[in-house]
Design a protein around this ligand. Structure first.
Ligand code: MD3
Ligand code: FE
Length: 222
């Protein structure tokens, strides 16, 4: 039998740092390792953000404390409390504006969106989620943003996690997508209102982040 013809992957045989693109479904593009080369710069910028607006456990409108700790940067930040979910210009802990979106955040988000076919993505909100072992996000839709025609760009850092990519109905069984340090996913168009979640984080240690996973999600909220 003849050898298989060379595939594009053979051009990048040294691999892991090489970005690879995978389509998860209509409107959902996984860019493996897209952020790897800039992970150090992203984490340094994150340090500055959390000095001003630290991670905190928010409360759902139903009164549950979320297992994922959150903070934000940008002109608007996603918050939840007993009165509901919303985007707010102010950090409720400090009553001051959320920290500015670091240029390295903004640039990475725009480049990833562009690579997935969304030109000129200008996010005004970056929700930052921190998962410690056991933390999870149950299946939900993101629909608090005014502009549902813009994509959401999500950047995974630290420990790996299993992302649940569902359908337009909660009951439909989601696809399990393992996400690792440096992976970026762009969700837009027909994928924008799909249910999604994150399985409970497994124990582990990441060399840069220790026992946690951080996810940056860039949105156009208003
Ligand atoms: C799929 N966070 O904060 S954004 C969230 O890993 C959230 O922490 C995920 O879901 C996390 O709301 C990463 C991934 C995401 C965002 C919007 C979507 C996936 C999506 C919209 C439709 C389908
Ligand atoms: Fe979400």
């Amino acid at each position: 039998m003849a050898a298989e013809p060379d595939t594009p992957l053979d051009l990048f045989a040294d691999g892991d740092a090489q970005p690879r693109r995978e389509t998860l479904g209509p409107g959902a593009v996984l860019l493996r390792s897209f952020a790897s080369a800039r992970a150090g710069a992203l984490l340094a910028a994150l340090e500055e953000v959390v000095q001003r607006s630290p991670f905190r456990f928010m409360t759902t409108p139903g009164g549950y404390r979320m297992s994922v700790a959150m903070t934000n940067c940008g002109a608007a930040g996603w918050v939840t409390d007993r009165s509901g979910y919303r985007y707010d210009a102010l950090d409720p802990l400090s009553a001051a504006c959320w920290p500015l979106m670091p240029p390295v955040f903004r640039e990475l988000a725009a480049q990833a969106a562009g690579a997935a076919g969304f030109a000129e993505f200008e996010p005004d909100a970056c929700l930052i989620n921190r998962y410690q072992p056991g933390a999870r996000l149950s299946l939900h839709q993101d629909k608090d943003e005014r502009d549902l025609s813009s994509p959401i760009v999500s950047v995974s850092l630290g420990l790996p996690a299993v992302f649940l990519f569902g359908a337009h109905r909660r009951a439909e069984r989601p696809r399990r997508v393992p996400l690792a340090h440096g992976d970026v996913v762009v969700w837009g168009g027909p994928a924008r209102l799909r249910f999604h979640g994150v399985q409970p984080l497994k124990e582990g240690r990441h060399p840069d982040l220790g026992a946690c996973r951080v996810n940056l999600s860039f949105r156009k909220a208003r």
